[in-house]
Each structure stands twice: as C-alpha cells, then as structure tokens.
Design a protein around this ligand. Structure first.
Ligand SMILES: [Zn+2]
Ligand SMILES: [Zn+2]
Ligand SMILES: [Zn+2]
Ligand SMILES: [Zn+2]
Length: 323
C-alpha cells in the first residue's frame, strides 16, 4: 500500500501517551455495542409511550425488521411487508407463502402517521420525540448519532462515540497518538514522482480534552500533483468552531503558513479535501522545501492548535460549501 512508503515522525511538546492509553481503554470497551445506535428498540419506546409499543412492533417489517414507511404492503391474509422487501420476495408472502398481489395497508400507514416516537439515539442522549414519518429525517442529522470512523483511504464502516473511535484508530488502524497542542511532523517519501490518491497519513492529537485528526496526503488537483495537510475535530461542527489551528511548512528560506478552523469529522475526509480547506503544497514547492536533489520528499510540517476565546457567531462560512 502507498502509505507504507511514507515515514512519519512526530514529536510534540508533551509526550504523555501512557495517560491516553489508560483513558481510552477504560472508556471504550464497555461502550462498543450500546453506542451503535440500535434502531427499532421497542423497549426504548415503551418507556416513553407504553401504549404505542405494540403498534411500533406492527410497524416493523417482519422480513428486514426496519421500520415501514408508505407504501406499506400486505398479502391477502393481512401479513404486512415493507416496500423494499416486497420487490425482493417474487410475489410470495414471506409469512404464509401465498401470492402477494398488490395491496396497500392504508390503515397501518394512517396509524403510523398518528404515532410519536423518541429518536433512536435516545440512549446516547437525544431527548427528542418525533412524528413517525419525520423521525427518520431527524435521525439522519441527529447531533447524538454515532460518528463514522475518520480514517481515510479505506471504506471503514465502524461507527461509535469519540472515545470508542480513538481506541479503534489506535488499535485497528495503528494510528499514531500524540498529546499536546503543538506538533512537528516530518513526512518522508522516497519516490515523490508517484502521486496517487491513496497516499495519506493520519495522526491523532489529544489536547484541551479533545481529539484532533491531522491528515496529510498527496493527490491530483486537476493536472497538478499536490500535497495537502488539514485538521479535523473529533466532535460536532459547533464544537469544532471553538478551535483554530495553524500549519507551517518550509525550507530554503521560503515558508507557507495555513491558519484555519478544524472541520468536524462529520464532514468526510474527502469533502474537506475537495473543498481545499487546508494547507496545500504544490509538488514543485514541496520538492523545493525538501532540498537536496528532488529525489526525496522531506517535508517538515509544524503546527499548533488553540482554543478560541468566544464562539464567533454560529454561521461561520465553510469554503466551497456556501453557495
Ligand atoms: Zn422489509
Ligand atoms: Zn401472508
Ligand atoms: Zn435525535
Ligand atoms: Zn476505522
């Protein structure tokens, strides 16, 4: 894999890895499963709406167990089925094996309309209750929904809360962990003529009681190969705006400085990259910074993370995302 050829060396002001390790271990293991935001948890809803429990169960598709939304189908014997499953069962009712036909279950659709249910992330702290049909929309954007793994370059499907993801990055992706709000990274690559989209590095920083992901990668920007470094905050967008960071890279008497606000890991790595929200170094300049005979990429990236005094007005504009 491309990343193997990049050596990453980091030093930070405070090396306190032991503390991180203990902290992570204790907070993650017990949470793994309860934090995955299990849907259709009827015991949850019964706690809030005792009378709707059985209706809620009726609205669970007997085949895929997802919540059913209009059109809800039924067979001649009254067995219900969601519209996704209906297309898969070759016109046979999965419950009684009779021919399915094309019957809507309007009564159940109407009952669903009258229901109010708690957000499925209630166990993660969401206090909201929604009409059945708008619940799904809320859940897609719910602030309490679990985060996706921020590791770039692989389609990792792991989700969870931040302490769980930090442990996952360290143990499963073998990501370097550092404590402190300043850093000094060296990225070394022996054959910089090859720039592929799959070249990336990730380091996690722990400071101000929060975690930050420093991404460094090479990709093709139009026809030009570039290197890019940027920071993402392990938390939501609102909290991310409380922090700022700077990145500096240079050599041979020249220097590039980037100052920005870390993006939330709610924004995918790719989305941040494509909005160019970070330090971008043209390859020619990167090779110039590296010194020597341009055969080797040797970039020294220094950086700092700091906390802003006050949240600067909620609606900060994100490059390329405000139209
Ligand atoms: Zn189904
Ligand atoms: Zn049936
Ligand atoms: Zn919610
Ligand atoms: Zn992962």
């Amino acid at each position: 894999m491309e990343s193997d050829s990049i050596d990453c060396m980091a030093s930070s002001d405070v090396m306190d890895d032991d503390e991180i390790h203990h902290h992570q271990l204790s907070s993650s293991l017990s949470k793994t499963h309860s934090n995955n935001g299990n849907s259709n948890n009827s015991s949850l809803s019964s706690a809030v709406h005792p009378s709707t429990t059985s209706v809620h169960e009726l609205l669970e598709c007997p085949v895929c167990t997802n919540s059913m939304y209009p059109p809800i189908h039924q067979c001649h014997n009254g067995h219900t089925l969601c519209s996704t499953c209906k297309t898969r069962v070759h016109n046979r009712c999965p419950t009684c094996r009779q021919e399915l036909g094309d019957i809507r279950c309007l009564a159940l659709e109407k009952v669903a309309e009258s229901l109010e249910l708690p957000c499925k992330y209630m166990s993660l702290g969401c206090p909201e209750i929604f009409p059945y049909y708008s619940k799904l929309k809320h859940e897609a954007l719910c602030n309490f929904r679990p985060y996706s793994c921020p590791y770039a370059g692989s389609e990792c499907a792991v989700v969870g809360d931040i302490p769980f993801l930090v442990t996952h990055l360290r143990d499963d992706h073998k990501v370097d962990m550092h404590s402190g709000c300043t850093f000094n990274h060296r990225y070394v690559k022996s054959n910089p003529q090859e720039v592929e989209n799959a070249t990336w590095m990730l380091t996690v920083f722990h400071c101000f009681g929060q975690y930050f992901c420093l991404h460094f990668e090479a990709f093709q920007l139009g026809v030009a190969p570039v290197y890019m470094a940027f920071l993402r905050f392990m938390g939501d967008e609102i909290e991310a705006r409380n922090y700022s960071y700077s990145l500096e890279v240079g050599g041979n008497g020249r220097k590039l400085i980037w100052e920005g606000t870390p993006r939330s890991i709610r924004d995918s790595h790719r989305k941040v990259r494509d909005s160019h929200d970070g330090l971008i170094i043209q390859r020619n300049m990167a090779l110039f910074f590296s010194g020597g005979d341009r055969k080797e990429l040797k970039l020294r990236v220094t950086g700092r993370i700091w906390k802003e005094q006050q949240n600067p007005e909620g609606g900060a504009c994100i490059p390329n995302l405000c139209s």
